[in-house]
Design a protein around this ligand. Structure first.
Ligand SMILES: [Zn+2]
Length: 87
């Protein structure tokens, strides 16, 4: 039977699908009975997902949207200034 330390050291391999069927099965067997390792794997999974997502988008889309909105506001402010200035 695997120990918690074994699960921790092989967790990244498991998530990347680098382990063989036997090792994967043993890990899953341990996870089935060990709540702590289930939580550990879940956290690793979440971290991996975050890393993958941040790697996919080099610049967050929210900042681009923010810049576009600022341009819009600035152009409106400039155009509006003329209208208010003239009678
Ligand atoms: Zn464990």
């Amino acid at each position: 039977m695997l120990k918690c330390n074994d699960v921790a050291s092989r967790a990244s391999g498991l998530l990347d699908g680098e382990l063989g069927t036997r090792s994967t099965l043993r890990l899953w067997l341990h996870l089935a009975i060990c709540k702590g390792c289930r939580r550990f794997i879940r956290q690793m999974n979440v971290t991996n997902e975050l890393v993958r997502q941040s790697g996919r988008a080099e610049t967050p889309t929210s900042i681009e949207g923010e810049e576009a909105r600022m341009d819009e506001i600035l152009s409106q402010a400039n155009g509006g200034g003329d209208q208010f200035g003239k009678p």
